[in-house]
Ligand binder design. Sequence first.
Ligand SMILES: Cc1cc2nc3c(=O)[nH]c(=O)nc-3n(C[C@H](O)[C@H](O)[C@H](O)COP(=O)(O)OP(=O)(O)OC[C@H]3O[C@@H](n4cnc5c(N)ncnc54)[C@H](O)[C@@H]3O)c2cc1C
Length: 589
Amino acid sequence: MAAIQRRKFDTLIIGAGGGGLRAALKLSDADASVAVVSKVFPTRSHTVAAQGGMNAALANVLPDNWHWHMFDTIKGSDYLGDQDAIEYMCRAAPKAVYELEHFGVPFSRLDNGKIYQRPFGGQSQNFGGDQAARTCAAADRTGHAILHSLYQQNIRARTHFFDEYFSVDLLKNDEGHVLGALIFNIHDGQPIIIEAKTTLLATGGAGQLYRTTTNAMINTGDGLGMALRAGVPLQDMEFFQFHPTGIAGRGMLITEGARGEGGYLVNGDGERLMERYAPKAKDLASRDVVSRAIATEIREGRGCGPNKDYVMLKLDHLGEAVIQKRLPGIRQTCMTFLGIDPAEAAIPVFPTAHYTMGGIPTNRNGQVVMPVKDTPEEVIEGLYAAGECACVSVHGANRLGGNSLLDILVFGRAAANHIIDYLKENRYHRSMDEASVNKAMARFQRWDKKAEDGGESVSALRDELKAVMEQHCGVFRNDEVLKEGVQKIEQLAERLKEATIGDHSDTFNTARVEALELENLMACGLATMHSACARRESRGAHSRIDYPERDDKNWMRHSLYSFESGLDYKPVRTKPVSVDSFPPKPRVY
Ligand SMILES: Cc1cc2nc3c(=O)[nH]c(=O)nc-3n(C[C@H](O)[C@H](O)[C@H](O)COP(=O)(O)OP(=O)(O)OC[C@H]3O[C@@H](n4cnc5c(N)ncnc54)[C@H](O)[C@@H]3O)c2cc1C
């Protein structure tokens, strides 16, 4: 075989969503040589789909401050979020918004010219008081505006892009330093070794684990799979967010901003259902609360439609002008996919898989950390993670709407700042362990095996995995259903070892990509199901019918799942940096 091409950079960033591009911009502006690898053209990364906006206590519409934002985020996380990281994020939020404004993001405006802010779920003034309005939006196309601005800024800063290249696995030396990755060109299948002094994983979430999802086909948890195979455990994977308002049966998102603008949910009896579950916050309660409320209404026979299997989101009372000004994208989505104009009729909605709260454990600098028994955590030299694939952990057991765009920008930037310092101390490339290259190449070449060699098809296994996740790890869970889920997913993982892909003589290696993605999804599925089965309490998005209460005494700790040692746990960081802790309280909205 011809020698594999090698390229050298100071930093390799895998992922060109908001997290990866924010980091890349900071590094390129600091004159580091930066390679950004993305399996899709950068502006097709999933950040482009973010609708409702980004949280920051600017106080442009109602009184606000970062400390209230911090309280809401900790309460929203059901007290599983790390309070030092949450403090850092909420303090940094206004600056992150103003930076974006200066990069060219066309935020919606108030009549006085300030940035428009809408109310979102779980937001309050004065530590649990009246509703706040904290979410900065560019109509309902905020992610689109952010991603395009960041991409243009990276072009200006001369970031080097590897567009439509797929990253297979991380590469290391025998001391455990991460030194780059094996990638391949999806167009012609040619592998390339990227040697880098630092590597940042910014590969987004794993929403494709579920059949009905708001996530794009590309969200297959690739960074999480790469981390697990490199020996890094995944943290808090049992916490998967179901968004209350996916279009029923189809999954496309109707942003929480729709309820922020005054929309509300009604059941089959025409009642405003959230009054029963969250008397104060109503439709703007936290997402886990609203999703459970909808699932309960349907389970108790108060759903809508012939099969009573969804509820309705009403916006028509807002009037066409408001909908067209503030929610033009979701209006278009409803007209295209449902033939319904929300200015005239209600939208059928159902809780839909949306966001991966768990991920690769990092500290506030984006450094990937490993748990070490009874001692402080150790960092993995040269490896960073930011964005939805990371777990820093600011979302804990339940993410607040508008906090993910904030997370990816704040921690993308923080990781870049740390990398800049690291590069000053680590000026030369270390030599790579060839065994690590061979291992990654073996995984890449394993999918040369064709259908005619026998074995099950990858696409059929992928459908089965999604069905198992949906049936055994959904909004409500119990021991019996989860244990069965663990068994089924273990069997699927075994069967995948013998699977084959169809004819991959296709020009674009799509079948090979799908197979590699399924391996990553399977890794995420194993971590999610095992972690969920073990956690015997209800907290945030993890709702156990057999253990309905939160159990702070035994379970206020992060789970860690690895291939090598199965499940382990580590404490929540309850001490912020400069303010008092928020101790756990009953969570009512
Ligand atoms: C429909 C929708 C609406 C949302 N709206 C909001 C909102 O209004 N506010 C909010 O705060 N959050 C929102 N979110 C969540 C938020 O958009 C995401 O969490 C966030 O954008 C993720 O950004 P990221 O940079 O981590 O990853 P992504 O934007 O998902 O980018 C991942 C990148 O990794 C690359 N990649 C992945 N695997 C590989 C591989 N193997 N090789 C090479 N490249 C790879 C991809 O090509 C891509 O470039 C929404 C989510 C959805 C699904």
